[in-house]
Write a protein that binds this ligand. Structure first.
Ligand code: MG
Length: 208
């Protein structure tokens, strides 16, 4: 892929049942009901993972982690997210921002939004100001409105860090002063141009 930016969207819904933990964005929420699912049922992480895979044109979470595969029974959904992030890195992209909406009638998530945002940003290894978590209700409508399910939506924007390569080359013009070493100065400039994009992968590596 050579496109500078790519956008992806994700959606997921899980049933609310008794006897399960409620985990949203990797954070355990105090609740009498939790999300049913083959994995830990983290509907928000599933939506974000799908958005990331979508931005990479790599299908959806079910293609990588089928719900009939016993390996993913009660799995931590962060595993899925980290797999998607690996593809982002491999393709030469990094996250610009992530916007999400959690739709839930119960429990009330207003007080949990900031905690979920912080948890999600940590998992994505980006500053919290690149992540937004909104909490909505369905005004009593449908399965979510009746408190029988929670759904999540996510949009992710990626940018290529390889696009930054030409920038150091431009800067080289102003570094011209070294008159006699015109030939040799070309080499370090070229090296700089290659080194620059290597910065981003470093920060991505640290999240593993
Ligand atoms: Mg799911």
């Amino acid at each position: 892929m050579t496109v500078g930016t790519r956008v992806g969207m994700g959606f997921d819904v899980h049933r609310l049942v008794r006897g399960r933990l409620l985990i949203l964005g990797g954070l355990e929420i105090e609740s009498t009901v939790g999300l049913e699912g083959h994995s830990d049922g983290d509907v928000l992480l599933h939506a974000v993972t799908d958005a990331i895979l979508g931005a990479c044109s790599l299908g959806d979470i079910g293609d990588y982690f089928p719900s009939n595969d016993p390996r993913w029974k009660d799995a931590d959904s962060n595993t899925f997210l980290q797999e998607a992030l690996t593809h982002v890195e491999d393709l030469g992209y990094e996250i610009v921002n992530v916007d999400t909406v959690i739709v839930a009638e119960r429990p009330h998530l207003g007080a949990w939004k900031e905690g979920i945002r912080s948890s999600l940003a940590g998992m994505l290894d980006v500053p919290a100001d690149r992540v937004c978590v909104k909490a909505k209700t369905m005004e009593g409508l449908g399965a979510v409105g009746e408190g029988r399910a929670i759904e999540a939506h996510a949009v992710v924007l990626l940018q290529s860090f390889r696009d930054e390569a030409p920038k150091p080359a431009k800067a080289a013009k102003s570094v011209k002063p070294a008159k006699s070493s015109a030939k040799s100065s070309a080499k370090p400039t070229a090296k700089k141009a290659v080194k620059a994009p290597a910065k981003s992968p470093k920060s991505v590596k640290s999240r593993r």
